[in-house]
Design a protein around this ligand. Structure first.
Ligand SMILES: [Zn+2]
Length: 112
């Protein structure tokens, strides 16, 4: 998938669909809200809630980084969908296991 230099909200959605097909069997529900927003105050690069995935506007001009951050939030999104995202321990065992699975599938090739 080719990325332009500046990622639009529309492209962000296309990347989600692409990654969902490629690494999640297309099984992830599409978030009600999936877009770039100003997260300066939160100091976050991405946020995943029960119905939205938000990516920091500051990454719009960094396609690789935006891609990586979306993939990270999609892991939270998947674990939430299966009731396995554990608040404070949201980067714990289940999260890491999922990252290893993605790594094995080559999801990070060319990105890191
Ligand atoms: Zn996280």
């Amino acid at each position: 998938m080719n990325l332009s230099k500046r990622v639009s909200n529309k492209q962000l959605r296309e990347i989600f669909i692409h990654l969902n097909k490629k690494y999640f069997n297309g099984a992830l529900p599409i978030p009600g809200v999936l877009k770039f927003v100003d997260l300066e105050d939160e100091g976050d690069e991405g946020i995943c809630t029960s119905d939205e995935i938000l990516i920091s506007k500051s990454l719009q001009d960094h396609p690789d980084y935006a891609w990586l951050t979306l993939l990270h939030e999609m892991v939270h999104w998947k674990l939430r969908a299966y009731g396995r995202d554990y608040g404070d321990d949201s980067h714990g065992y289940n999260f890491k296991r999922e990252i290893f699975r993605l790594w094995d599938l080559g999801a990070y090739e060319g990105l890191l």
